[in-house]
Design a protein around this ligand. Structure first.
Ligand code: ZN
Length: 367
């Protein structure tokens, strides 16, 4: 599959062509998440609490010069405001820190700096993701532990606790049916699973490792003697990373919605796009999203240059979702196709059980 035209083609020169679209899809997921976080931050939802605090100070402590915001909220029994303050600021801080690691990791893979890429990715999936899941799954438990000795209470989690956190957070996100807590754990934490990330993270972080399947061999040092032209690590990376990033984005968006209203239709369209790309790039068999697209948009799928009908093949769908472009198979010219706008007209939504459906039964018409 060719490029999705999401990233500049020059940036893909060191990535094998068969992974171009997956690499671009991962950047698309990263960028979409950061855009959502930025929108949330600009809305000022996490700062609403400051108005409440100002009112309290004006009314009860007009002469106070310095105060501890958290103590003030607790002393005045403003439980909801306290929760909102802790969750809002913690989620934004986690996303901001995560952004730097994830972006730099993807960029390192782009330059075939495998050990750097994996080292940076480790924190994103083993730590940022787990904390965001925790806030989504049980924010009261998270806040209670956050108030305590964090080095003990939020550290050294057991396998059972991590799986419980994954399990509960899956129940809260839209695509519940797509994820399994044991699969997530094995991809991220299982040191004996050669297809997972934990063994390679250990090797990327340490020159010498001594346990299980990652014992460093004689006359060797982990990654130091690695042939950077070998594509093995791209294969390992892109077999699992899209699935994990879709989960991460889902959880992060749900954590943002904990303290502010989100437009469910906008989130719904993003989820549909995400699943549409994932189905086309990573799965075999019938695509539910492809059927929906053909049902609702086939009347619009005519080339604006030669007038011929454009076939919406599996190969064309990812580029349509990510870059809103589709090539005509007759004249070979790219058509701009406003899929997001058309989806909004069709009122496509993600239902409570994770199924994707439409609120209307007729096809969209241009008003
Ligand atoms: Zn054409």
């Amino acid at each position: 599959m060719g490029p999705l035209n999401y990233l500049d083609i020059d940036r893909l020169s060191l990535v094998p062509e068969k992974y171009w679209s997956l690499h671009e899809f991962c950047f698309y997921l990263h960028d979409s998440l950061m855009e959502a976080a930025s929108t949330y931050e600009l809305s000022g939802s996490h700062l609403v609490i400051e108005d409440i605090v100002q009112e309290i100070i004006t009314e009860h402590h007009p002469n106070i010069e310095e105060f501890d915001l958290i103590e003030l909220l607790k002393d005045n029994e403003l439980d909801e405001a306290y929760r909102q303050h802790i969750v809002g600021h913690t989620v934004l801080a986690l996303l901001s820190d995560m952004h730097q690691f994830l972006y730099s990791s993807l960029e390192a893979f782009e330059r075939r700096k495998f050990s750097v890429g994996f080292s940076l990715l480790r924190k994103v999936l083993k730590e940022h993701l787990v904390f965001l899941c925790w806030i989504v799954a049980d924010e009261t438990d998270f806040i209670n532990r956050f108030e305590g000795d964090v080095y003990k209470t939020l550290n050294n989690l057991s396998k059972e606790k991590r799986i419980e956190i994954f399990d509960t957070s899956i129940e809260w996100i839209e695509l519940t049916n797509m994820f399994d807590s044991n699969v997530l754990w094995s991809y991220i934490f299982d040191k004996n699973f050669s297809g997972g990330f934990e063994p390679v993270w250990q090797m990327a972080t340490h020159l010498v490792t001594s346990q299980g399947i990652i014992k460093t061999k004689r006359y060797s040092l982990n990654f130091a003697f690695e042939d950077r032209s070998d594509d093995y690590y791209f294969e390992l990376l892109y077999e699992k990373l899209p699935y994990l990033l879709i989960f991460l984005v889902q959880v992060a968006m749900k954590s943002l919605s904990k303290t502010c209203e989100v437009d469910k239709k906008v989130v719904g369209r993003f989820i549909i796009s995400t699943v549409g790309v994932y189905e086309a790039l990573c799965l075999t068999g019938k695509s539910h999203i492809a059927v929906l697209l053909r049902t609702f948009f086939k009347d619009f799928l005519h080339c604006m240059f030669c007038g011929e009908k454009i076939r919406l093949t599996k190969k064309k769908r990812p580029r349509l979702f990510v870059s809103q472009l589709i090539e005509c198979q007759h004249c070979r010219v790219d058509n701009q196709f406003p899929l997001d706008w058309l989806m909004s007209k069709a009122n496509l939504v993600v239902k409570e059980n994770g199924d994707i459906d439409t609120l209307i039964t007729s096809k969209p018409r241009i008003a």
